[in-house]
Design a protein. Structure first.
Ligand SMILES: Cc1cc2nc3c(=O)[nH]c(=O)nc-3n(C[C@H](O)[C@H](O)[C@H](O)COP(=O)(O)O)c2cc1C
Length: 303
């Protein structure tokens, strides 16, 4: 049995595998299948200050080797998360990553502040959402705005802070450097890639929102590239995700520079995916004489 422990933003995880935000709810549906204590951690559904109903359906569509979604951050709001979901999660012996989002910098900061005196282990700030005060462009597509929202959340909240980057940018490394300079303890990437499909019979987009986020195996090479570039650009640890569905994918992502990984769309195909990936990583380490998984982080040998 290899040592699968990893450290991210100063927090120790028993293994590097974390179900990704929005693909695992708060874990309740999976508890019947396996103990959640098997997981390194859980990144909970994106929480906003107030309850949100999300976008109008259809908001999920299959694509070749992936899926498009425009769920739109449907969630019960911060108070419900803290009152009803967190007390259940803290009994599960796994790390709790509170994924948060907001429509303004002030909203993000207020929400982050509410988590100070809670049992969450880490805050993951999703900066892919539209910044209402800045005309709707996502926080994560502009270095200055990405830095400003990171700083506001950093000032409001003393929990370890991981900032989740959007891949819909020209230079992911510039954004990563800006959030690092403004107090992020780690970065996670990638969020979904903006996409669109059209039903040619009706000439309607398959999603009511017209556009949505692409995830699943189709995005894996893009995610590996961005994780590799980011890990080489910043000193803080990187949590890698985007299309991971096997232990080998997770190992590849760690070789690219990820200290831990998140698994999203793969869970919709196989709810056991995170556990199979953990077991598969253990077996891979044993077969390859790796004693500690952290030793493979960033070991890619570029040509
Ligand atoms: C249905 C769905 C809902 C998602 N909701 C969120 C969310 O609330 N917050 C967030 O930061 N990311 C959200 N994501 C993005 C995932 O956490 C992840 O970054 C992305 O899907 C790439 O990983 P994957 O290819 O393994 O799914 C969502 C993804 C999907 C498919």
């Amino acid at each position: 049995m290899a040592d699968l422990r990893v450290s991210l933003a100063g927090v120790e995880f028993k293994n590097p595998v974390i179900p990704a935000s929005g693909t695992y709810g708060y874990g309740r549906e999976y508890e019947a299948l396996y103990p959640l204590s098997k997981l390194g951690g859980i990144s909970v559904k994106g929480t906003t200050l107030h309850e949100r109903n999300g976008n109008i359906p259809p908001r999920i569509a299959e694509t070749p080797m992936g899926m498009l979604n425009s769920v739109g951050l449907q969630n019960g709001g911060a108070e419900k998360f803290i009152k009803y979901e967190l007390p259940n999660l803290v009994t599960k012996d796994t790390r709790i990553v509170a994924n948060i989002a907001g429509s303004t910098i002030e909203e993000c900061a207020e929400l982050a502040g509410m988590l100070n005196d809670t049992a969450v282990d880490m805050v993951e700030l999703n900066i892919s959402c539209p910044n209402v005060k800045a005309g709707g462009a996502a926080f994560g597509t502009d270095c200055t705005v990405a830095g400003a929202v990171t700083k506001a959340v950093r000032d409001a909240c003393s929990k370890p802070l991981m900032v989740k980057l959007s891949p819909n940018v020209t230079s992911i490394t510039e954004i990563a450097k800006s959030v690092e300079a403004n107090g992020a303890d780690a970065v996670s990437l990638i969020n979904t890639l903006l996409g669109m499909r059209i039903d040619i019979k009706t000439r309607r987009p398959v999603l009511h929102n017209n556009v949505g986020g692409l995830s699943g195996p189709a995005v894996f090479p893009v995610a590996v590239r961005m994780v590799w570039q980011t890990a080489n650009a910043v000193k803080i640890p990187v949590c890698g995700m985007g299309g991971i569905s096997t232990a080998e994918d997770a190992i590849e992502m760690m070789m690219a520079g990820a200290s831990a990984v998140q698994v999203g769309a793969a869970i919709f195909r196989d709810p056991y995916a995170p556990v199979k990936i953990i077991d598969g990583m253990n077996e891979w380490c044993d077969r390859n004489g790796i004693k500690a998984i952290k030793d493979i982080v960033g070991t890619v040998k570029p040509w």
